[in-house]
Write a protein that binds this ligand. Structure first.
Ligand SMILES: *[C@@H]1O[C@H](CO)[C@@H](O)[C@H](O)[C@H]1NC(C)=O
Length: 455
């Protein structure tokens, strides 16, 4: 070999080594966390304030959200904030010292959780519509970790049990009525500057930051139509604005500059309560890991706030998040009901938590719950047929439905359901495939026979 070709082969070898050790071509995202928020309002060259700027630049904030040191007593939390629907920040409320240390580096997450499935969102702007398109997919944690520093990928997932075991349940959920109405814990992870839609939940949302920084723009529900608010589905009680909150066209969306807002900045260990219905727009910075715990608003006319009782010291006891009683769990990429063996009592409990502090459950709400709970069971009986079981004993039901043109059951109806009605519905949830008609079953038998013959 000539000296030149030796040099060439060495160079090639070197290139191959660099390519295999770091396959990424591209830049890591900027992890700085020093943005000024709320931003000073200024006018650029004759343009109106905040034109083509993110939400929050169109008018000054009214005030920061209320703030407490850590979590208060459960009664204060319930009567003072969640029931009153008052947003509030709990500074340094998390005591997850181990997690703060262990999760500092991605290597630990990769080694410990790399093989777990997790739900990831990828996003890209649609410029001609000034909207953002987001797509969800289930990937392995290690795949996410190798992409998220470069791509617009973020985790938005119900928390897998293995991860819940390392986190502690926020102590406010250790006892009392809120501990009985936990819906689901969701984890968020992203890199660099990234923001959410302006959106709202039907449930209360306690959001806690493990790493990074999160800025909140918080807006009362009554202003939702200033943002072309869309309900996720009819009667869902929650929704979002399709407007790209990073680039607001103030000529097109004139009411935004008239909308009052409050703000909060969260860092490691801080939590915020975003009450049911409140709109919020969130901007994350740095290497950001945080979680949400959604819990249903309840009506305390029939709920004891201090049940199960909050014994002395309950607020200081750390238990793993996996010991919380959540309605929903994550099963390798699918969200499932935690309780797969419902009975009359647990069925009624699920109805009460679907009802929240409203006075009726609309069919659409039940339909979504039913479809989520029986996902994968294609032959489950139609949701309306199941909902009608609840309506069987309601007096003059046809007249009532017709008069109001609505399809719903009320709080009183739920209290009056018989164990037999509840159990019949519970059985459908437990065995959705049993709902198949005789015809479907015989068809299935034939297919099975066919299959056996082919084998
Ligand atoms: C992860 O998701 C894939 C694809 O959805 C699925 O085939 C696999 O069984 C899941 N793995 C686990 C451990 O649940």
């Amino acid at each position: 070999m000539s000296p030149l070709s030796i040099k060439m082969s060495l160079l090639l070898l070197l290139l191959m080594v660099t390519w295999t050790t770091d396959a990424r071509i591209g830049f890591k995202k900027d992890l700085s966390m020093d943005a000024v928020f709320p931003a000073p309002i200024r006018r650029d060259a004759g343009l109106p304030e905040g034109h083509l700027r993110p939400l929050g630049y169109q008018r000054p904030a009214d005030s920061p959200a209320e703030e407490l040191d850590g979590f208060p007593d459960i009664r204060v939390f319930y009567h003072g904030y969640s029931k009153q629907r008052t947003p509030v920040v709990f500074r340094k409320a998390l005591k997850d010292e181990e997690v703060f240390k262990n999760w500092e580096k991605d290597k630990y997450l990769r080694d410990t959780f790399g093989k777990l499935n997790i739900t990831v969102v990828t996003q890209r702007p649609i410029f001609h519509k000034d909207e953002i398109k987001r797509t969800t997919q289930v990937v392995k944690m290690k795949r996410f970790l190798s992409e998220y520093e470069y791509e617009d990928w973020y985790i938005s997932s119900v928390i897998p049990a293995e991860i819940q075991q390392q986190l502690s349940l926020p102590t406010i959920f250790n006892c009392g009525v809120v501990s009985r109405y936990l819906q689901k814990p969701e984890i968020w992870m992203s890199s660099g500057s990234i923001s959410s839609k302006l959106h709202s939940h039907h449930d209360h949302n306690l959001h806690c930051v493990l790493f990074g920084r999160r800025d909140y723009v918080i807006i009362r529900n009554k202003y939702r139509y200033n943002f072309d608010f869309k309900e996720t589905y009819i009667n869902s009680g929650e929704g979002y604005s399709p407007i790209d909150m990073e680039n607001i066209n103030v000529y097109k969306h004139k009411k935004i500059k008239e909308t009052p807002w409050t703000w909060a900045t969260l860092r490691q260990g801080d939590c915020i309560l975003i009450p049911s219905g409140y709109l919020h727009y969130v901007h994350a910075y740095g290497r950001s890991i945080s979680y949400s715990i959604l819990f249903s608003p309840t009506s305390d006319t029939d709920e004891d706030v201090d049940e199960p009782p909050c014994k002395k010291g309950a607020a200081d006891t750390l238990k793993p998040m996996s010991e919380g009683t959540f309605t929903w769990s994550y099963d390798g990429g699918k969200t499932r009901l935690t309780d797969r063996q419902l009975d009359a009592d647990s069925m009624r409990h699920h109805l009460m938590s679907l009802l929240r502090d409203d006075s009726q459950i609309y069919f659409e709400k039940f339909d979504h719950f039913y479809k989520d709970a029986t996902a994968g069971a294609k032959d489950a009986p139609p949701a309306q047929q199941v909902f009608d079981i609840f309506k069987e004993k309601i007096i003059n039901i046809q007249k009532r439905d017709k008069k109001r043109g609505l399809n719903y059951i009320t709080r009183v109806d739920i209290h009056q359901l018989s164990d037999d009605q509840l159990m019949r519905v519970a059985n459908i949830f437990n065995n959705p495939n049993e709902g198949k008609t005789q015809k479907d079953k015989s068809k299935l038998k034939k297919e099975e026979l066919q299959l056996n013959r082919n084998v």
